[in-house]
Design a protein around this ligand. Structure first.
Ligand SMILES: NC(=O)c1ccc[n+]([C@@H]2O[C@H](COP(=O)([O-])OP(=O)(O)OC[C@H]3O[C@@H](n4cnc5c(N)ncnc54)[C@H](O)[C@@H]3O)[C@@H](O)[C@H]2O)c1
Length: 319
């Protein structure tokens, strides 16, 4: 099979690339390197079954169509993956997450490719009324431009499945952790602790409850769905059966680093406007296909800390 991975040089995309190569597939990595890292795909680029297309999904839709020739499946992961700063640039999520998804779908139509796997988010459930939240939860009020733009992307994919006979796999992830993790709360805390091990500024009151998933478990879940789910539109929550408070994460990180900083809370029950203080997904649907996570949240946090400490250039590189 030939697979195109948009965002293939990113945290999650580079794992998809590795997995496709390990399964014997041919891979086209398409990335504009806005947040992606050449270091993450150094090994795949040595592989004869990998091609790199340096292109922008939003600005260069024709390059995407060219890159897609002969592909059987598209993993669409390229996006503005930052949830927090949407209100500072309200057009960005619309362009990078919704219109870019439209460009990918149109490129697929032009190139005759009809199978797509899409990285959506558990944030589409907003402040969910049902927790743990199943895929068919009551249609939620949106609280962030990021989630809104992803939900619109989901809608486009479903419409292409209905209208053009595509098959879609929509994955609503909780936040992922693990190797090549390069943005998110563990990243922010580690960077702050490196700057000052005696004090840690925390957004909100520290009681926000979040679920996390190890990136390797996410790979297994996505490929399990691709192999076993056969509907035109297949929507899966991907997460663990547990959640932790931000304070628990901090404790885990500080214990591992042997630090006891003063914790200084910004206050309020959420980290930023639109932050959901409780994200916990019901993952029975993917579990019914035989998948189960192998790592607890605490194990994932520790392995992420270990990874970032051993790859400290990542902590230094991003602003
Ligand atoms: N990391 C998480 O916890 C998480 C949770 C839920 C959903 N997601 C989604 O998963 C996907 C991957 O996220 P990630 O954490 O790996 O983020 P990331 O920023 O590491 O990866 C995104 C990749 O897309 C590339 N990219 C961005 N805009 C592009 C464009 N216009 N054209 C071409 N390439 C472009 C970037 O260079 C990068 O390599 C995103 O769609 C994100 O919204 C991530």
């Amino acid at each position: 099979m030939k697979v195109l991975v948009t965002g293939g040089a990113g945290f999650i995309g580079s794992h998809v690339v590795d997995r496709c190569l390990a399964d014997g597939h041919e891979v086209v990595v398409l990335d504009n390197f806005s947040t992606g890292r050449r270091e993450f795909i150094r090994a795949p680029l040595q592989h004869p079954r990998t091609t790199l297309v340096e292109a922008d999904v939003f600005i260069q839709p024709d390059r995407v169509t060219e890159a897609m020739q002969g592909c059987d499946l598209v993993f669409h992961l390229a996006a503005n993956a930052d949830v927090r700063f949407g209100l500072e640039h309200p057009r960005r999520d619309l362009e990078q997450n919704t219109i870019a998804t439209f460009h990918v779908l149109e490129a697929m139509r032009a190139a005759g490719v009809n199978r797509i796997a899409f990285a959506s988010t558990g944030s589409v459930y907003g402040e969910a009324a049902v927790i743990p939240t199943p895929e068919d939860a009551p249609f939620p009020v949106q609280t962030s431009l990021y989630a809104t733009s992803k939900l619109a992307g989901e809608g486009l994919i479903s419409s292409y499945c209905e209208g053009y006979g595509f098959q879609g796999y929509i994955f609503r992830f909780v936040s992922l952790l693990g190797e090549r993790y390069s943005h998110g709360h563990v990243f922010d805390f580690l960077r702050k602790l490196r700057a000052n091990p005696n004090r840690l500024d925390v957004l909100g009151d520290g009681h926000q409850k979040k679920s996390y998933l190890y990136v390797g478990d996410c790979m297994e879940a996505m490929f399990c769905a691709l192999e076993n789910a056969t509907d035109p539109v297949n929507i899966f929550n991907l997460g663990t059966d547990e959640y932790v408070e931000v304070n628990d994460s901090i404790q885990c990180i500080c214990d591992h680093l042997n630090l006891s900083p003063e914790l200084v809370y910004a206050g309020g029950d959420r980290g930023w406007v639109g932050d959901n203080p409780f994200i916990f997904l019901d993952c029975q649907r993917i579990r019914s296909l035989g998948w189960a996570p192998t790592r607890s949240i605490r194990e994932s946090i520790v392995s992420t800390v270990e990874y970032l400490m051993s790859e400290s250039w990542l902590l230094e590189a991003r602003t």
